[in-house]
Write a protein that binds this ligand. Structure first.
Ligand SMILES: *Cc1c(COP(=O)(O)O)cnc(C)c1O
Length: 239
């Protein structure tokens, strides 16, 4: 089929075209912000989608994927173990599951509770666990029920993560509130990131920006974007 000029080589509505369009949009936003795309990691959030789509994305050059439910993530990571993917866990985590997530996830972006962080510490049965990367999730909304640590509790959480000795702290992660201009919220996150970097040198990464607000996140210094539907298409209903 390739080479026949009458036939489109790329399905305009498929993942390949959507990925290309998101990559172009990231490059545009980086250029406007005077930043290099090389400092921005695209994590494609593939939750609810089958492993076959993740495989397709990997063939298109995707290296980092995000999942938000333990059982689903575990099954996909096992099925795709032949691929050299970096798995990011971006969902709410229970302390009971934390040690299982560590077996396949390379990065946990949703550290937001003492019990979850403590679950990553070495135990008698696992004295030298696998070291993973972590982000402290920050709640940028006024609703304490949403995921993430309150901004004034971030330093304490950072200290706690550093104490585990088994989580390499990379920085902060957040989701923009629905009722606020995202750029304003991401500017707040950037300020919090500077506070974190002051007590945890090297923990300078900022995970922010989804399908609808990645340009704003890039303008405010995001180093990790978590983009789902703009690349995968609409999510199927929860399985
Ligand atoms: C689902 C999800 C995303 C991706 O959202 P889209 O709007 O589909 O890009 C990003 N971050 C987290 C934490 C998510 O759960």
């Amino acid at each position: 089929m390739a080479g026949d000029p009458r036939l489109p080589s790329v399905d305009r509505d498929g993942p390949e075209a959507r990925l290309a369009s998101v990559r172009a949009s990231i490059a545009d936003a980086a250029r406007s912000a005077g930043r290099s795309v090389d400092e921005i990691t695209l994590v494609v959030v593939t939750k609810y989608h089958p492993a076959s789509l993740v495989r397709e994305l990997a063939a298109l050059g995707v290296t980092d994927v995000g999942e938000n439910r333990h059982q689903e993530a575990q099954a996909k990571a096992a099925e795709l173990a032949d691929l050299d993917l970096t798995w990011h866990f971006v969902g709410q985590l229970q302390s009971k599951k934390a040690r299982q997530v560590r077996r396949y996830a390379d990065v946990v972006q949703s550290l937001d509770r003492d019990s979850v962080v403590d679950a990553f510490a070495p135990t008698e049965s696992e004295p030298e666990p696998r070291v993973i990367d972590g982000f402290v999730q920050v709640n940028l909304t006024d609703d304490p029920g949403r995921g993430g640590v309150q901004p004034d509790a971030v330093e304490a959480m950072v200290e706690r993560v550093l104490r585990t000795g088994t989580v390499r702290l990379r920085g902060v992660m957040a989701v923009a509130p629905l009722d606020e201009e995202p750029r304003r919220a991401f500017a707040r996150l950037r300020g919090i990131s500077a506070r974190v970097a002051a007590i945890a040198p090297g923990a300078t990464d900022i995970s922010a920006g989804m399908s609808g607000d990645h340009a704003e996140a890039i303008a405010e210094g995001a180093t990790h974007l978590r983009i789902g539907t703009a690349i995968t298409g609409n999510r199927p209903a929860a399985p």
